[in-house]
Design a protein around this ligand. Structure first.
Ligand code: NIG
Ligand code: FE
Length: 406
């Protein structure tokens, strides 16, 4: 298939964009792409590729932007129920970690999730996933973490594997058994830490090798935070995970800076996530409620953006909204935010060699937007600008909140 007549083809070619390289879109005006068998086989101008592939079936991009599909590198996609009541409490002034300490927060979602069947979990998660897809997310990371005991954590993994199988969107799965101290261990956080490190992780490895032998091992993540797992407990879990061969992620410095970002660097984690309160060494903290993205760029970090979609802190399914917010709150340009949600976020889940850009040999995961200029992304919000999603070479026309094969 020859996709032609893109006003701007954003290739994002050249690999993850570190520091001030962020925002290199690699634009081809009047761009075109040839796709065969799920893969990109040619990238160029419409004139060039029409000449080179005269007999190829065509898809007209209609003088709109053609860009890589969004990669959402951090979500807590699978849970049961909602926490609209706590949202009201928070807007009334109560702090997130105080709600958690009072047995609400993550723990209230854990209660709802533990009692939900596989079918219920899948039925409640599926529409979120499809809405993400219709808003242009072609790959998403998805964490467990609302089970906090082996049986439920494994049910969440099973449900995620089933959703990955049935849906057009690809999932990169993460085990987050260390998302909060399980209620059974309320007064014994070290006991739960030992349980995760010494019992759950070895069991997970065995389970994964039987249930998903063809997939790479999942990431292992820890919520490293004052009222969750302290630095030493986080180190214990992540070190054990690493010795079992799992790639690592970490929730670091979200509410308090207790050293999680440095731990991520020390252990070679694939990403350190949140970093809202990361200290002056090495990145510098502006007293703000958003991650100091510009300082991370100045410090030569590879910046990626995610929805963090979860029922507690942010139920947002749209990477387009993330971009709009990052432009305004973190002072990113649209080009920087686009790179941070495609090639760089692919890098954060260690998939930058297969997705995140439009280059020959890569998986054909692309978006045709309904606008002619990439700067409309970020400028506009609250409206879905995605017209068509191309996933592994298949074209899906997006209607509001749903998708169908073209
Ligand atoms: O990334 N911080 C920990 N986990 C989530 C929130 C989960 C929840 O509140 O349910 C986060 O913000
Ligand atoms: Fe998170």
């Amino acid at each position: 298939m020859l996709i032609h007549s893109a006003s701007q083809l954003l290739t994002l070619a050249g690999g993850p964009q570190r520091g001030h390289a962020l925002g290199t879109l690699g634009i081809i005006q009047k761009g075109a792409v040839v796709v065969r068998d799920e893969k990109i086989v040619a990238v160029g101008t419409t004139d060039e590729l029409r000449n080179a592939y005269p007999d190829e079936p065509t898809l007209d991009a209609g003088n709109c932007v053609l860009m890589p599909g969004f990669v959402d590198p951090h979500t807590h996609l699978i849970w049961a129920g909602d926490r609209a009541n706590e949202f009201e409490m928070k807007m009334g002034g109560m702090a997130y970690l105080d709600i958690l300490a009072a047995g609400g927060g993550i723990i209230s979602t854990v209660k709802a999730t533990r009692t939900a069947s596989m079918e219920t979990l899948i039925a409640q998660t599926r529409p979120r996933l499809l809405r993400m897809f219709s808003h242009g997310t072609t790959t998403a990371e998805a964490k467990t973490g609302y089970g906090l005991r082996t049986s439920t954590e494994l049910r969440l993994l099973k449900a995620l594997l089933a959703l990955d199988d049935e849906s057009p969107l690809d999932l990169a799965i993460t085990f987050l058994g260390a998302h909060a101290i399980a209620p059974e261990y309320k007064d014994n956080p070290q006991g739960y830490t030992d349980e995760v490190a010494n019992t759950m992780l070895p069991m997970l490895k065995e389970w994964w090798e039987t249930h998903a032998p063809r997939l790479p091992l999942p990431f292992v993540d820890v919520f490293c935070e004052a009222k969750a797992f302290d630095l030493e407990q986080s180190r214990q879990i992540l070190t054990q995970a690493r010795s079992l061969g799992f790639p690592l992620k970490i929730h670091a410095d979200e509410f308090a800076n207790i050293g999680g970002a440095s731990l991520a660097a020390e252990l070679g984690a694939a990403s350190a996530d949140h970093l809202v309160m990361t200290s002056d060494a090495p990145f510098g903290l502006a007293e703000c409620h958003y991650t100091p993205a510009r300082k991370l760029i100045d410090a030569d970090a590879i910046l990626a953006l995610a929805t963090d979609c979860n029922p507690g802190t942010t139920w947002n399914e749209s990477m387009q909204f993330v971009i709009a917010l990052a432009c305004r709150a973190m002072k990113l340009t649209p080009a920087e935010a686009i790179a941070a949600t495609t090639i760089n976020s692919a890098h954060a889940i260690r998939k930058a060699d297969t997705i995140g850009s439009i280059e020959v040999g890569k998986q054909a995961d692309m978006l045709i937007l309904s606008v002619p200029d990439y700067r409309q992304v970020g400028y506009r919000y609250g409206t879905n600008l995605v017209k068509q999603v191309i996933k592994r070479g298949r074209v899906y026309s997006v209607d509001v909140g749903y998708y169908r094969t073209a």
